[in-house]
Every structure is written in structure tokens, then in C-alpha cells.
Design a protein around this ligand. Sequence first.
Ligand SMILES: [Zn+2]
Ligand SMILES: [Zn+2]
Length: 356
Amino acid sequence: MTTSPGAPATMRAAVLHGVDDVRIEDVPVPPIGEHQVLVQVAAVGVCGSDVHYHRQGRIADFVVEEPMILGHEASGVIVTVGPAVAQERVGQRVSIEPQHPCRRCEYCRTGRYNLCPHMEFYATPPIHGAFAEYAVIDADFAHPIPESMSWEAAALCEPLSVGVWACGKAGIGVGSSVLIAGAGPIGLIIAQTARALGASRVILSDPAPLRREAAQAAGFSEVLDPGAPAADGSAPGGTSPAQVDAFIDASGAEPAVKAGMRTVRPGGRVVLVGMGADEMTLPVSTILTREIVLTGVFRYASTWPTAIALVASGAVDLDSLVTARFGLAEVERALEMATRPEHRKVLVLPSDLLTV
Ligand SMILES: [Zn+2]
Ligand SMILES: [Zn+2]
């Protein structure tokens, strides 16, 4: 570990001390390792998991036990590099892949590094995130972005990576049909990703009228209200059974998962993305008789090049998802806004030096 020449000794950061207790503090700028870079943070997306840690102090077995900086959807500019990193990278605009795998375990060596048991992930206790002026990351996880890409879109390559990973698990390709439950930010990103990958039919479902409107505004014509009776009166939600190749749940709601699974054709796939109910009952006979393949997603691996290319080509539009921006001092307000249905992505801009 080295200190970072060229960077100040301390930085402003939004530090979570406990439930509903975020304080703006001066903290030491993190030291960087041999193969790491220090990034001055330009933009950070607020994620549901940040809100969850703020309100509950924990997610499943991950518990905030000491002060921690939240935020893991980040972009910025490289200001300092470790001794093993090319000096030319200083000044590069990057999207941060916010994880540090061990690179030696079986999972890391077989390309499934998201399952690394030694993973250090931003804003997952006790690892600091990016609601701060600076953040440290492995040099190869600081992904260069094209000049045309905004800081905000670069930050949102993180949730887009979830979409890329989920669509991969769901086997989405040219001509696929997919039902996505939940038209919040992640559902909208998954829908855009599926469309970019060639899906010919992308159906979204959400009980909130504002979210259904947002999905329609994003160009999706099949947007269902799961509470409404179907046209033929058969089942709520307007989908008849066994018609889609894949169902992706971005809601975490048991009724949505059950209804979604029943729309999957024989041999189709179900992918669970949403965090909600920890346990739920599932329609086992549907899974058995249709040989449905069911899996979850845990973050992502090797998705950034695809995510950046999808944005750079215009196939996925992340900028239009941004509905509010806050400075570092207003992180708590940003966390609160992020839960409201009228907002899609809420961004924190920690550094005064960078313009959006
Ligand atoms: Zn996230
Ligand atoms: Zn590993």
C-alpha cells in the first residue's frame, strides 16, 4: 500500500454510522495498492441496496458494524496510479466496476469471480463505497469510457451490468420473448438490455402507474398492470400461460414471481434479480412439468466491456433514467428520494471539480 501523491491527505465523504445516520466527514483518502488506481469520483448512482443499509443497517448476513461509506455505482477520473500501473492512465475517465476479487480461488480462476468467497465489494460491510471525493479500485476494474459518454451514464454501467448478466442467465438473444416483473430502474435497464440483445418481445409488469408510464415512455408498448384482469378474463396481468422464453423478476415480490413463472414456456428460464422476500413458495409442478430452469444473479462478472459498448452505440440509454442529482452534502436526501416511484435513478455528484 502506498499513499497517493497528487491527491490530498483527506477527503469529504458521506459516512453511514448506523440506521438513518449519515454524516458528512473528513476522512483519510484511501491508500492504493501496487495494481490499483485512485479515482476522483464524478457521479454515483443511488441503489436500492444503499437505501436498505441506510434504513435497516443490514442486508441478509451483511451487517454494518462500523462506519461505512455507501455507494457502488460510480464513475470518475484517475488521479493517481500504483507503481505497477501505466502512468499514462492518469487523467483517464473511467467507469468503476466496484469489486475486488481474490483472483486465486476456483471461482476467480474459472471466470465466475462474482462468486469469490473473498470478494471485497463497495458499500458491502466493511468495504467503503463511493459517496466520497475519492475511491480506490484495481486498475483493470477502472474501465475507460469514450469521450461521448456522460459521467452519469458511466456510473450507471453498474446497474446495466446487472442487466447484462441477468439477460445472459435468461438466455436472451435474437427473437427472444421475455417478461420482466418490476418497472423500477433495474427492470427498465433489464428491458433495454433485452431489446438491445435482439429480444423481439419485451413485456414489463408493475402495479405502480407511474412506473408503467415510465416504461411506456421508454418505448415499451407491452406494459401490464398485474392487478388488472386479462382481456380474456383468464388470469390477472394480461399474460396467458406458457408464452415467453424467459421471465426475469426485478420486483422481489412473491405474487409477481409466481405469476411470472406461470408464463414461461416449457424449457424456458426464470431469473431472480429482485431482493424482497427472503423466502417464498414456488409453483413446483410448473417447474417440473415444463422443465423450467431457475437461477438467481449475484452481481456480475466480465460485463463492463459489453455495458460500455451498449451505451456507446446508443443501444441502451442510461442518461434518460436520471431524474434527480444531489451534492455530497445531500446524500441522505438522495437516499430518501431514490425510493419514490416518481424517481428512476437518483445521482450523487461528490466532486465540485467535475461537471456533468
Ligand atoms: Zn446497485
Ligand atoms: Zn476469488
